[in-house]
Design a binder for this molecule. Structure first.
Ligand SMILES: NC(=O)c1ccc[n+]([C@@H]2O[C@H](COP(=O)([O-])OP(=O)(O)OC[C@H]3O[C@@H](n4cnc5c(N)ncnc54)[C@H](O)[C@@H]3O)[C@@H](O)[C@H]2O)c1
Length: 261
């Protein structure tokens, strides 16, 4: 009997993916649809969400949603719209993150940029995950959630708003996993390395620090994301941070930022 034939049950399982208009979120959302899972693609950019849903293997299963997840009211609208479209949300992927700009080092980053990063990465991740879990608990249904964190949850990135929000998110995954395990809700982190997926403008020279010899791409992440999300494949995995980086974490390649003085 093969192990991996049907990782999801499309009759009872559904998904909400944030950041699904681009990069890693898009690849995971498309892969979920490829497994027959009805999936809400949420992002701030209407044109990329439309393009992503239209490119799905079965566009009928791909539901576009556009809004700014830095705002609590928009997170609540996303929850309401997703429930209207899907019924119970059983799987949640939080991949949305504002752009990372090299100029935003510790002495330059503005209050607004700091706030935006924290709001999308951490606040939306907490609020959406908690509300989705409350509904699962009320329905006595199992579920799983996957948060995109970063190697820079543990090592500096010269972008303090980004690294601190990812460090907080990594702890949120552990807090959720510990509290929600009794309800059969699993919560894990996927920790990408250097993925040329849109959000990270990678210097190709970085490849020399990667034991597998190349930068990653979004499609490298989707199969592992689905495996961790699947209750059939990873039913005994929770609170884990699963690194997918071609071995990049074996080195630390960043110098301190260039300062003007
Ligand atoms: N690419 C990498 O190398 C890498 C490495 C480590 C971690 N990650 C993490 O993986 C995730 C995906 O990365 P990516 O490279 O695919 O990023 P990306 O920038 O390509 O995609 C992020 C998506 O989030 C959306 N978004 C931004 N602000 C939003 C908001 N306010 N509301 C709703 N949507 C919003 C963007 O429009 C975009 O489509 C991010 O959380 C990122 O931090 C990426």
């Amino acid at each position: 009997m093969p192990i991996f034939t049907s990782p999801f049950d499309p009759a009872t399982e559904t998904a909400l993916v944030t950041g699904a208009g681009n990069g890693i979120g898009r690849a995971i959302a498309l892969a979920l649809v490829g497994e027959g899972v009805r999936t809400v693609f949420a992002d701030i950019k209407p044109e990329t969400v439309e393009a992503a849903t239209k490119s799905a293997a079965n566009p009928d299963l791909a539901i576009p949603w556009t809004g700014d997840l830095a705002q609590r009211s928009e997170c609540d609208r996303l929850l309401a719209d997703s429930r209207a479209a899907l019924g119970l949300i059983t799987h949640f992927v939080h991949s949305a993150a504002p752009p990372r700009r090299e100029a935003d080092h510790a002495l330059a980053v503005t209050d607004d940029t700091w706030e935006q990063m924290r709001s999308v990465n951490l606040d939306a991740g907490f609020h959406l995950g908690r509300e989705i879990s409350r509904a699962l608990i009320a329905a006595k249904a199992p579920g799983s959630m996957l948060y995109l964190t970063s190697l820079h949850a543990q090592t500096p990135r010269n972008l303090p708003h980004y690294s601190t929000s990812k460090a907080a998110l990594a702890m949120l995954v552990k807090e959720f996993a510990k509290t929600l395990g009794r309800y059969k809700i699993r919560v894990n982190a996927l920790v990408p390395g250097a993925i040329a997926a849109g959000g990270f403008v990678a210097d190709p020279a970085l490849a020399r620090h990667i034991p597998l010899g190349r930068l990653g791409n979004a499609d490298d992440l989707a199969p592992l994301a689905l495996a961790v999300l699947s209750n059939r494949i990873s039913g005994y995995v929770t609170g884990a941070s699963i690194v997918i980086d071609g071995g990049l974490a074996l080195t630390n390649w960043f110098d301190p930022p260039q300062l003007d003085d």
